[in-house]
Design a protein around this ligand. Sequence first.
Ligand SMILES: Nc1ncnc2c1ncn2[C@@H]1O[C@H](COP(=O)(O)OP(=O)(O)OP(=O)(O)O)[C@@H](O)[C@H]1O
Length: 784
Amino acid sequence: MSILHAGYPQSPIVHFGRHHNVNISQLDLNHLGQVENVPRQVNNALVSSSSELPLPLFRYIWDEVMTIHEERNGCGVRNNYKTPRDSAVGSGGAAFHHLHTSAAPRHVASSEFYDDDEATSPSGGIEICAGGGKMMANLRRHRQREREAYEDDSFSSSDESSGRPMPRYVGRDTDHVFGEFEMDDEDVEMRSGSGRRDEGKCIYGEDTDEDDYEEEESVSELLPLGGGTRRVPRTPRRKNSSKCGFFDYYKLTDEHLGSGAYGSVTTCKSIKSGQEFAVKIVDKQGETHSRKRILREVNIFKTCKGHPNIVQLLDWFEDDTNFYLVMEKMRGGPLLQHILQRGYFTEEEARRVTKDIASALKFMHDRGIAHRDVKPENVLCTDPNHVSPVKLCDLDLASQRRPQHERHPLSQVASEPDLASPVGSAEFMAPEVVDAYVGDALKYDKKCDTWSLGVILYIMLAGYAPFQGQCDDSDCGWSEGKPCEDCQQDLFHRIQDGYYEFPEEEWGMISDEAKDLVSKLLKRDPIDRFVCGHYFLSLRLRCGENAAQMAQGCTRALVIFNADQILAHRWLQQSAASTILQTPSNLIYRKDSARDVQQMSEHFNMMNRLTDARLSARFDKMTMSDAASDLGTATFHGDGSFLSMGGELFGTFPRKKSVGIAIEKSRSGEFTPPISRASPTTPPPSMLDLSQDLMDSPVKRRSADDSGTYSLFSPASSNGDDDIRSPPILFLDMPSIQLFGADSTVLNSVQMTPRHTTEDEASLNSFEGEQENPIHRVETQVNV
Ligand SMILES: Nc1ncnc2c1ncn2[C@@H]1O[C@H](COP(=O)(O)OP(=O)(O)OP(=O)(O)O)[C@@H](O)[C@H]1O
């Protein structure tokens, strides 16, 4: 985990008005690293986090600093800051210094981010915000550049980081010669025409002159952290005149590599070089054929281009009957089959496989993609003689965020189809995904992948799954892969309970570190589950004696978490024991009926679309309290998933309608919201209006240990920020803010001494404000 703090580096003290000072170094990661009760691996990660922060993120911060500065001060500021490398220019200099020297500044930014007077307003209340429109927009730009850099050379064949050469492409380069499928509009027709051979038609079939140019395909940009999609400007490119199909370049062999719900995968050979590849052939006539789906899969393959632990797509074709996706051939076969055939497997090998999968997931998650079907069949071994390295395949269920402009501000909460559709194979489904099946429809996110990784790790170590379905019917064929309603229900219940064991017989010999990682991944509540990928958190601390003052004065701190919790786990950090596991003999692997799962998914998708339409219609004529009750009841499910999407959601509320508040009320405990009474920090009336409605709509919370914890969220309504993507505001008149890690240990706390405290405040146990990163909570505690 890496943290970058953008605070006030020139002085560690931030002045909140006349009476209240905050030592901002409390947010400094080096300080955090010394917190005693932070687990060792977190502590270590924090201590070393500055140097781990990827350079591109620093570039982003630098860009952000300069952009904001330029906007406020006119042009030319950027240039002024570009010359010196010393710290005389404050944080900007520090960031710049880092860019040029890779040194790790402890602070980046300061007043470059925000007006000086924001830090010196009268104190009395605290406002916490997440997201930040400009931050997000700049992060998108940064991501685009980063993605282009990756495509250019970061994971090229001489990728030093992996030490593994990428497959050398020898066949036709569809991208450069013939163009690609239409990627940017999923409904668009793929172009086709008569191929040179009868078997196939080429994707771009029109005859053209040698000198013809066509526009390069737009590339959909996949964005992390709640981003959207933006088209890259088209550039002209020479178009080849030849027409061609799959069979002009490859011939099929008899070797069948596997099949799934959508196609069969066989070996093919390049006619030119004789080199072997794998080709997934999807029948257009089949019930499951969907051009949209294929295009999405290709698009995601493209985004994952070059990663050493994701199978690479090399070429793709379409003819009258089939789609052809030509990939590198994974000669070692699916993971468990490989382990079974070898009959030998060690804990160290399990560790390496886990690291490879986690690395692939981090890469995808960083780009806003969830795989959603992580299971052993989709983990393929590169080499027939070694279990690792492995690569993830089957990106056809992977999901990316939709472009911002295509989303409806409210509908995405309940029905964003990308991550809301339950897909995947039953044994590997995370509880929140199962919830979506069994009626408690709610959002789930990329963390469903890390759950599945936990299941795979469990199976690798023990040879059986942590959750298994059973029924009383002795003739039931569930264990052979046949459908059984009762077994499926039983499995779902077990996953929802989240209860599993480490039976001594198999687990006695396995290291505590390995078990610890399993338990961090198989956390029932996604909030507590380990994550990988970048997350960031923007805090706004706002002070004022009344709403008007609060609207004016604030300061902000940006915290970026490079939350590679999985890869940073101590079991993955160093070699594990070479203990020989019982896995091969215990492996009784039941192939999933992915088709059944998919049918359920389609059904759920349909329900989603209905909900979507309903919400869209309602939103247009919605009053503020409607919006509030929507958030409070229909769409806010109180398990943190709201907030895992929250940064996006809040950011997209149109300002005029944006005074929604969602309050989560736990099952037990009394709750008196500070906003419902007059206090020195009385929030704007719009918020007061809503509070009572929300109090009447408690939301069920699923975590067992949540009593006395409350959440309050609101999109921005009065922060004086003209940015339509302005972040949510959490009004608090509490004196301290605490950052919590995934395991609920306090990472940091910022103490505020309120000028006014009342007895009422003592009745508030705590607030919990979730930011975009669901693993970190911001909580206030009463300190009268
Ligand atoms: N590049 C490859 N090299 C070797 N084998 C492969 C390759 N790609 C896929 N396979 C094998 O083919 C199987 C099916 O491939 P894939 O999962 O992509 O198809 P699918 O129809 O999308 O499957 P699903 O039903 O899981 O969605 C895989 O489980 C794997 O065993």
